[in-house]
Design a protein. Structure first.
Length: 273
């Protein structure tokens, strides 16, 4: 280093920026990627990672600019198309997002992330059958990612195909015994199949590890009500409402399982009917 110091070289800046990314500090990373790009405006890794970091802090239009610069250099960069699609979807541009995912898949037919994102988008657009087809492709390409199988199960649940959904979640639970999302969704599907005692067992296991999880507490309250265990159900509702009053009250007011509690003064007071 000279007497007055020297500018960090690109390699050092890249290392520091990626350290910020690993620590989930995207703002620090963005500043350093900006310094790299001043020296090397066509540095694709810096453009790509800056775009990822901008997506993280919800600056989607700025992220799109980064991915566009990559695509000017390499129009067949599959991951740039994929992440441009994510930014477009978050900005509410569903049609543009769909086109981006298609371009990503066209550039690399084995891009499981793009297939997954396209499946999620199709589900958001209420095209569940097509979403399942695309998600199945993603699972075939990369069967190791539990999030794709979990999302497939969620889509099947929305379609009232509860047995198939349950099978998805049970498969994930078997392969990934620490995946609490899969166990929660398994409990939800058991409840949908009116197997409420089994559902409660699943929710109890989750609550041993995540005592205050409001979604699990509410789901358990529903199953208790379905089994006509009303005092326990109301007690669980109290707990859930204390953690997220607005959302839980809205859910409880619309939930058919609680219909038999509509004449119960304590329930009506709790959900403010």
């Amino acid at each position: 280093m000279g007497l007055f110091g020297s500018k960090k070289n690109v390699e050092d800046l890249q290392y520091d920026a990626m350290s910020f990314m690993e620590k989930n500090q995207p703002k620090g990373a963005i500043a350093l990627f900006g310094k790299i790009l001043k020296q090397e405006p066509e540095n694709i890794p810096a453009l790509f990672n800056k775009g990822l970091a901008l997506n993280q802090i919800r600056k989607y239009s700025d992220a799109i600019t980064c991915f566009d610069k990559i695509l000017e250099i390499d129009p067949k960069d599959s991951q740039a198309w994929n992440n441009r699609g994510i930014a477009m979807a978050e900005n509410g541009n569903m049609q543009d997002a769909a086109e981006c995912y298609d371009k990503a898949i066209e550039a690399d037919s084995k891009n499981a992330s793009a297939l997954f994102n396209k499946g999620v988008l199709l589900d958001r657009l209420h095209e569940q059958e097509e979403a399942l087809r695309v998600l199945d492709k993603a699972i075939t390409i990369d069967p190791r990612k539990p999030n794709v199988m979990i999302y497939k199960g969620i889509v099947l649940g929305k379609m009232k195909r509860h047995e198939e959904a349950l099978n998805c979640f049970q498969s994930v639970c078997k392969k990934y015994p620490n995946n609490q999302d899969a166990f929660f969704q398994k409990g939800v599907q058991l409840a949908e199949l009116k197997q409420h005692k089994k559902a409660i067992d699943v929710f109890d296991d989750i609550l041993k590890k995540f005592e205050g999880n409001v979604n699990v507490i509410y789901a358990k309250a529903r199953s208790k009500a379905a089994l006509e265990m009303y005092p326990e159900s109301i007690e669980l509702l109290k707990q859930a409402i204390s953690k997220n009053p607005k959302v839980i009250r809205a859910w409880a007011r619309e939930e058919p399982i609680f219909a038999k509690l509509l004449d119960n003064n304590e329930f009506r007071r709790l959900v403010r009917m």
